[in-house]
Design a protein. Sequence first.
Length: 126
Amino acid sequence: MWLHVLAVALSFVVVSVTRGESKPENTGIAGVIMVTPIRPGPIKAGSEPPNAAPLPNATFTVTSDAGGVKKFTTDALGCFKVLLQPGRYVVLLAENRFPKPCGPFRVNVDRGRMTNVEWRCDSGMR
């Protein structure tokens, strides 16, 4: 009898663990942050290469509605991935690289998925 009770309890624990919340590595924000313009002056449509470039090695702060703060840094190609709990967040460049603030970028994070973004910062170049 006690073996049967133990087996039922063990199977309940296994089912509870497998039905738990989504894995944290599947919840958050991922994407690329670009800076534009990268050259001064007017740009003729179709005649110039794109006037945007990745924003490398830039540190951003992520603030939640609940007040939590986390930081991430873009890689050499301006890409990033930050794991977060589901909720609403505001992302802002934590450095003074440009005359204007880079952000705030508002984003919603849903349970069990990475929210993909492409954000642009204004270099202030004219």
